[in-house]
Design a protein around this ligand. Structure first.
Ligand SMILES: NC(=O)c1ccc[n+]([C@@H]2O[C@H](COP(=O)([O-])OP(=O)(O)OC[C@H]3O[C@@H](n4cnc5c(N)ncnc54)[C@H](O)[C@@H]3O)[C@@H](O)[C@H]2O)c1
Length: 321
């Protein structure tokens, strides 16, 4: 005999399947065409969705289309897709600089604009006004509360986090973040949609840093503290974590790759959100960001970066004499 809990669960699943069947998912709007936005647009388009890629900057959109084309060339060269698949993928993407034009038929919006609370809240206030009532609004934010974003809309049940990883076409994980009021129906649909993109979604609740950054950022910060205290040098710290813990990349190299400004701002979100001094950013990280040493994107962080070279060279500041 089935117990009540089991029956409730079954009823819930049937109910949810019934509801999600009624929500179609065909037109996707991606807001922001930077590192993440172009990867998200690429990934949906390759699976046959109609994608509107939106950015306030026309040059950013041009650059994004060139990046997507180059990334598709790489997959064609590997034999994973054909030239015809590449052409079909590109054809599925239309670019817009005016948000209202890009989202007017959207079933799902995935916002991947600059990580700034005011920018994101303004975008969601606007989306509430210009999107059809059925549109699900997702954010790819790394650290901003989904509940806070949802609160500026009148559809908090349809606001959710869809946290893709960089590089999006390659990385399997989508951290699906349920805001305080996100409905089961919308969560199930986003989990299902993520699977249709050949990704592996993981459902988490909306607390500062979610799961990925709540664990990753303190580890990166601890690696910086270890360097700052002189326990070991840049290469030594990264080598211990690569060879000892089987991490594909050391934490200091990963910090450079993510951007030290981004790491600092996520540490601040953790410290503000949990009020625990264990999340205080290392003063060395603060100094590096203040000095404009932001990692790969600025040419200098824990390592130095020269265009056209893939060699990993420790930044002069951290070289042993
Ligand atoms: N870079 C990463 O590794 C990474 C990983 C996971 C999640 N994220 C998150 O993804 C989001 C985007 O990050 P990114 O690294 O792609 O940033 P990015 O700086 O590369 O791109 C941001 C883009 O947003 C555009 N933009 C800014 N305001 C806009 C607006 N009002 N309307 C439309 N477009 C606007 C900018 O012109 C720019 O092209 C952030 O929320 C970030 O936290 C980033």
């Amino acid at each position: 005999m089935q117990n009540k809990k089991h029956i409730d669960l079954q009823t819930k699943i049937i109910y949810n399947n019934h509801l999600t069947k009624n929500l179609k998912m065909k037109n996707i709007a991606v807001i922001g065409s930077g590192t993440m936005g172009n990867g998200i647009a690429h990934t949906f388009a390759q699976q046959g969705y109609n994608v509107a890629m939106i950015d306030i900057s026309a040059p950013a959109l041009e650059k994004a289309m060139a990046t997507i084309s180059k990334n598709l060339d790489r997959i064609v060269a590997k034999g994973t897709i054909t030239e015809a698949d590449k052409a079909a993928t590109l054809k599925n993407i239309t670019t817009y600089t005016i948000m209202a034009e890009g989202v007017k038929n959207a079933d799902l919006v995935v916002e991947a604009a600059t990580e700034n609370v005011e920018i994101k809240l303004n975008i969601f206030r606007e989306l509430e006004k210009i999107c059809p009532p059925h549109t699900i609004l997702a954010s790819n934010t790394s650290s901003i509360s989904i509940t806070k974003i949802a609160a500026v809309t009148k559809r908090a049940d349809k606001v959710i986090g869809m946290h893709f990883m960089n590089p999006v076409p390659v990385m399997k994980l989508v951290e699906v973040i349920r805001g305080y009021s996100t409905s089961d129906e919308v969560t199930n649909l986003i989990m299902e949609t993520s699977r249709k993109l050949n990704k592996i979604p993981v459902e988490v609740n909306d607390y500062p840093g979610f799961v990925a950054n709540k664990i990753l950022m303190p580890m990166i910060n601890e690696a910086i503290i270890t360097l700052h205290e002189g326990t070991a040098g840049v290469e030594e710290i990264d080598t211990v974590m690569k060879l000892g813990m089987a991490h594909p990349m050391g934490p200091l190299q990963l910090a450079d790759f993510i951007g030290l400004d981004v790491c600092l701002s996520i540490m601040k979100v953790l410290q503000d959100g949990y009020g625990n001094p264990k999340y205080a950013a290392c003063p060395l990280l603060v100094n590096m960001v203040t000095a404009g040493h932001l990692g790969a994107k600025s040419g200098q962080g824990f390592y130095k970066y020269t265009a056209g070279s893939k060699e990993l060279v420790v930044a002069d500041m951290f070289r042993k004499s």
